[in-house]
Design a protein. Structure first.
Length: 411
């Protein structure tokens, strides 16, 4: 029986495409990234999964529980659910996060659009007066258009959106992600927020959670990094994540440095100010690890990070990860990765790694920190607050390991 409602994946397709077009217009260097990725993927020497060309992940930062909860409801219209809890405070970034993404295999194969959504932890602002001022600024803003809120409610009430409603929803939600040059605060307030943490200023000083990067997927991130540098694009010094491998695992990420963009402070005319937050990221995805594999990865990463200071990080990383098996038989026998059976036309059966669909908190923090300028922050003392995050969201986040286990075949 047909309902007349647009499929959630179709709405996700439309929003992802519209967001990419908008971000390309706002940040022309993003178009250069797409060109680099397309060229590298064409030369990678392997067949790309059909989804890779359209695959993107975005990142936004919200300021209040109400904003997070409504964002979750908006993503639900597109068939995206919150997966995983990420605490970035140990790396000196005052947020905790989840990843909104599709979870069904068919939806992932069609378009695995993901958004890494971070909630500012106001309690980590040390100055009580500034904390209260930031809370008041956030409470006074509305990041969603009224018509978008109405369409979210209609979707929930009637179980879907028709064609016209779906298009209106996409265009309305796009405005939430748009860059706005005018700040909500004057220069002095902005400077105090900035002194607390650059990310605090990025969340609190603006009218909405502008998209701060939109990441395409490459099949060879080392080649993409080299191509960025060859074009004179100022890239990160180090690729985040595991070292290059015959069988890639988890997630490797790099980016160009954040742009310095013009802003107009409230109540001020004349010379504009500058704000640095938005950057261009590229990622390469590998195999999803089992809990045993992830524990080994975390242990080896810590070993590399704590290695001799006079040894280049890439060398420390390679040396540590020599202890992580890099052939399919060992990875499967030691229960380090999730796999599925693939039957060839001739009837032969092989094992194929499940793609890692999620994020790495250490890598995310590394990307954030490298794009926050010279300012450095030590780890915040507070522990992760998953229960508080889920209370703000209005639901529990899904366990990524459980999702992979449900999709995997045992050999």
């Amino acid at each position: 029986m047909t309902t007349g409602f647009v499929d959630a994946s179709a709405i996700r397709d439309r929003f992802c495409a519209a967001l990419s077009a908008m971000y390309r217009a706002e940040v022309p260097l993003y178009g250069d990234l797409l060109a680099i990725v397309a060229q590298v993927n064409a030369q990678a020497g392997e067949a790309a999964p059909a989804r890779v060309e359209i695959e993107r992940h975005g990142a936004i930062r919200v300021g209040t529980a109400a904003e997070l909860a409504m964002m979750g409801r908006a993503f639900a219209v597109m068939g995206m659910e919150p997966v995983g809890y990420y605490d970035l405070a140990p790396a000196g970034v005052p947020v905790h996060s989840t990843a909104f993404r599709p979870v069904a295999e068919e939806a992932l194969a069609r378009n695995p659009f993901r958004v890494f959504c971070s909630l500012l932890r106001l309690e980590l602002i040390a100055d009580p007066a500034l904390r209260e001022e930031a809370a008041a600024l956030l409470a006074a803003r509305q990041i969603f258009r009224p018509e978008t809120l109405a369409l979210i409610a209609r979707h929930e009430a009637q179980g879907g959106l028709d064609e016209a409603q779906a298009d209106a929803f996409v265009m309305g939600l796009l405005e939430t992600f748009r860059w706005h040059e005018d700040t909500l605060v004057d220069r002095a307030t902005y400077d105090r927020l900035l002194a607390s943490h650059r990310l605090v200023a990025d969340v609190v000083a603006f009218r909405g959670p502008h998209i701060n990067h939109l990441t395409p997927r490459t099949l060879d991130i080392d080649a993409a990094q080299a191509a960025m540098l060859a074009r004179g694009i100022e890239a990160k010094e180090v690729i985040e994540g595991p070292p290059p491998r015959a069988i890639p695992i988890l997630l490797r990420q790099t980016s160009f440095k954040a742009l310095s963009e013009s802003v107009r402070f409230a109540g001020e005319e004349g010379t504009p100010g500058r704000h640095t937050a938005r950057f261009g990221e590229i990622e390469q995805r590998g195999a999803a690890l089992t809990p045993k594999g992830r524990a080994l990865y975390d242990r080896l990463l810590a070993q590399a990070q704590g290695g001799p200071a006079d040894m280049p990080y890439e060398q420390r990383l390679a040396r540590a990860f020599a202890n992580f098996p890099d052939d399919m038989e060992a990875l499967v026998d030691q229960d380090l990765i999730y796999t599925r059976r693939v039957t060839a036309p001739d009837g032969s059966v092989t094992l194929e790694p499940l793609t890692y669909e999620d994020f790495l908190p250490v890598s995310a923090a590394g990307i954030f920190q490298s794009n926050l300028g010279a300012q450095h922050h030590d780890a915040y003392g507070e522990q992760g607050a998953q229960a508080a995050f889920e209370a703000a969201l209005g639901r529990t986040v899904l366990d990524p390991f459980a999702l992979y286990a449900a999709m995997a075949d045992r050999p």
